[in-house]
Design a binder for this molecule. Structure first.
Ligand code: DOR
Length: 310
């Protein structure tokens, strides 16, 4: 008998699947739809200290191969999501809170408030938003990332995770992993955020497809699956004390199985969830269970990191 159930940071997950932060998790209605779905958990929209309206529209467009977005962190402010986390019934499924402060001080203030609330909610610190003009992605600046993790680790006395951008060079995998390994409180690494600052062009209109930043935005969907798998596997290999959450290019059970082989413990769904809706989780659970059964695996834990090299 195959089970999709697993444990992560001491909590039980009926399925490894949940939403990528930002996708269908902006407000209570969207979060409650995820709660009612067959996802194993849910994560709230990356929050800032104050509410934000985000970038001008159009700011998300789906394409045949995925999506491009430059949302610009529209969110209701961390207090809203903290209230949601306080009201959440943790016996139903675990809840993650994504935190994306615009400064180190903002992140400290937010994690201190989350700590003081003493909830089972799990913090995912977003170090990789590509879409706020004038705010570089923190995890592409290893010194800034080091300072951020030192400060957050000192303030927040519980295990937390980091949402990372994709890296494309072995030297960058090595450097990023070295920084992350300095912080035992960093219990998990979510790979990857969108592939930042890409450009999708409409040839009929001879125009970009999203308004912010002259059309530059983060890619998700089919475009990013191999990059996501490489990042999952690179950090799985380099950070043996930490767990990896896979995110990027998942729209079938086979894609989830690939993320598990590469080393993911849990797997997030972004573009495909946006396009298909929360019903996707029942389909993906069934597809994953069928693959595990066909291959004779009793649980997803047996698959993690099993990827063979030649
Ligand atoms: O692709 C992304 N879009 N990644 C983030 O971290 C934030 C989001 C946005 O709001 O722009």
């Amino acid at each position: 008998m195959t089970t999709l159930s697993t444990t992560f940071l001491g909590q039980t997950f009926a399925s490894p699947l949940f939403n990528a932060s930002g996708v269908r998790c902006f407000d209570k209605d969207e979060l409650n739809s995820l709660l009612a779905s067959a996802s194993g958990s849910l994560v709230t929209k990356s929050c800032t200290r104050e509410a934000r309206t985000g970038n001008p529209e159009p700011r998300y467009v789906a394409t045949p191969l995925g999506s491009i977005n430059s949302m610009g962190l529209p969110n209701k402010g961390y207090g809203y999501y903290l209230d949601y986390a306080k009201a959440h019934d943790y016996s139903k499924k675990p809840l993650f809170m994504s935190v994306a402060g615009l400064s180190l001080d903002d992140n400290i203030a937010m994690v201190a408030a989350i700590r003081d609330a003493a909830l089972p909610a799990i913090v995912e610190l977003n170090l990789s938003c590509p879409n706020v003009p004038g705010k570089p992605q923190i995890a592409y600046d290893f010194d800034a990332m080091d300072r951020m993790l030192a400060a957050v680790s000192a303030e927040y006395d519980r295990p937390f995770g980091v949402k990372m951008p994709p890296y494309f060079d072995i030297a960058h995998f090595d450097l990023a992993a070295e920084v992350l390994n300095r912080y035992p409180a960093v219990a998990f690494i979510t790979c990857i955020n969108s592939v930042g600052n890409a450009l999708v062009i409409d040839i009929e209109r001879e125009e970009v497809v999203i308004k912010p930043k002259d059309g530059f935005g983060g890619l998700g969907g089919d475009y990013v699956l191999p990059t996501a798998l490489a990042n999952v596997n690179a950090f799985h290999r380099r950070c043996p004390e930490k767990r990896v959450i896979g995110c990027g290019g998942v729209r079938s059970g086979e894609h989830i199985f690939m993320h598990l082989l590469a080393g993911a413990s849990l797997v997030q769904v972004g573009t495909a969830l946006q396009e298909e809706g929360p019903g996707i989780f029942a389909r993906l659970n069934a597809e994953l269970a069928a693959i595990l059964e066909r291959k004779g695996y009793a649980s997803i834990d047996e698959v993690r990191g099993r990827l063979k090299t030649l």
